[in-house]
Every structure is written in C-alpha cells, then in structure tokens.
Design a protein around this ligand. Structure first.
Ligand SMILES: C[S@@+](CC[C@H](N)C(=O)[O-])C[C@H]1O[C@@H](n2cnc3c(N)ncnc32)[C@H](O)[C@@H]1O
Length: 190
C-alpha cells in the first residue's frame, strides 16, 4: 500500500475510534452520548415548571444541553454530573465562558454515587437499563414535591403526570408517581 494511502487509512481509523469512544464508551455506566434536542429540553423544563428557586439535577450532563438552559433561561441552580472526562472538560469550559456560572455546579463521576436529596427537579436522558436502576435511588432520596422529567425513556413502574408525544418527554411528580392506582383508575383500566 502506498504510504499516503496507509497514513490516510490510519487517520480515518483513528478518527472513527475517537468518535466511537466519545459516543459509546459511557454506555457501560448508563448511556452513550446523544444531546437532547433543543425542543425536548425546553419541553422538559416547561413541564417541570422550573423556577429560580429550583435545584435541577441533570443526570448525565453530556455537553450541557440541559444544564446551561436551566441556569441561563430559567435561572435555576443546576447540578450536572457527567462520567466521561472529555465531556466534563467541555462542560467546565462552557461554564467558564458564559453567564450564570455561579449557579452551575459540575461533578465529574458516576451519577449513581450522587445523593439526590437537594434536587427539586431531576432531568435525565439515559438508556432504559439505567432508568430501571435509577428508580429505587430516586424513591429513596428525592424530597417530596420533586419533579422528574425524562426524554425518550420512562421510569419503569411509575405513572407519569404528563407525557408529550411530540418531544417524547415524561413528567413525574414524586411521590405521586409511585402511588398504587386508585380504585377508579383500576376500574378504568378494566
Ligand atoms: C444521552 S446523553 C444526554 C446528555 C445530556 N443530559 C443532554 O441532555 O444533552 C447521556 C449522558 O449521560 C452520561 N452518563 C451515562 N451514564 C452515566 C453515569 N452513570 N454517571 C454520569 N454520567 C453518565 C453519558 O456520558 C452521556 O454524556
């Protein structure tokens, strides 16, 4: 093979490996990387009725699609936790180069090791297995009155207070979401 072709092939393979690492490596922790679309982020924050008095925990903060909008548009305090180091660095750079940095706390690590006791709103775009693992942790740690909004995947076994099919966003209110269905609801479902 000609040296130029060899070099080109090696560069292409290295680029593919880098993209595969960036998107998929964090899968073992609970989700790969895919930013929540802008429309879905705005719907999540709207459905959760985020206010400046809220503390929003974004579980798996990625590059900040939710974190920066919650702090800069809605004025909330935000805790973003992210396990993948390059994305965590991007989050830190974005926080340093824009407004509302004092309202944004960033944690590098595994969201399953973070205590959710201060959260009044939880946002998530994680894969189904992680949502199932998250449920008992939410139930053990969330304060009453907290809202949970999830893009794409539901919290298994919980009843949503609202669902927006256009953006695939679920809203849950804790602890109502985990309450057994009332007699009326049971009859409705037959
Ligand atoms: C689908 S992306 C969503 C990113 C961001 N929340 C957004 O809406 O744009 C999921 C993110 O969760 C992160 N993640 C997955 N498992 C995690 C874990 N156990 N702890 C912390 N972050 C995690 C991934 O690295 C990835 O950046």
């Amino acid at each position: 093979m000609a040296p130029a072709l060899l070099l080109g092939t090696a560069l292409l393979l290295a680029a593919l490996a880098a993209v595969a690492y960036f998107v998929f490596a964090s899968f073992v922790f609970g989700a790969g990387y895919q930013p929540t679309p802008r429309r879905a982020v705005l719907e999540m924050l709207r459905l959760a009725a985020v206010r400046p008095s809220d503390v929003v925990y974004d579980l798996g903060a990625g590059t900040g699609a939710i974190v920066f909008r919650a702090a800069r548009i809605y004025g909330a305090r935000v805790v973003g936790v992210e396990v993948e180091p390059i994305r965590f660095l991007i989050l830190r750079l974005r926080r340093a180069s824009g407004r509302a940095g004092d309202r944004i706390e960033l944690r590098w690590g595994n969201l399953f090791r973070l205590h959710f006791g201060r959260a009044t709103v939880v946002t998530a775009f994680l894969w189904p297995g992680a949502m199932a693992r998250l449920r008992p942790k939410l139930e053990a740690e969330l304060p009453a009155g907290a809202r949970v909004v999830s893009h794409c995947h539901s919290v298994p076994g919980w009843t949503p207070a609202a669902y927006d099919p256009a953006t695939d966003v679920y809203l849950y209110r804790w602890p109502d979401a985990a309450a057994p269905p009332s007699d009326g609801e049971r009859r409705d479902k037959g």
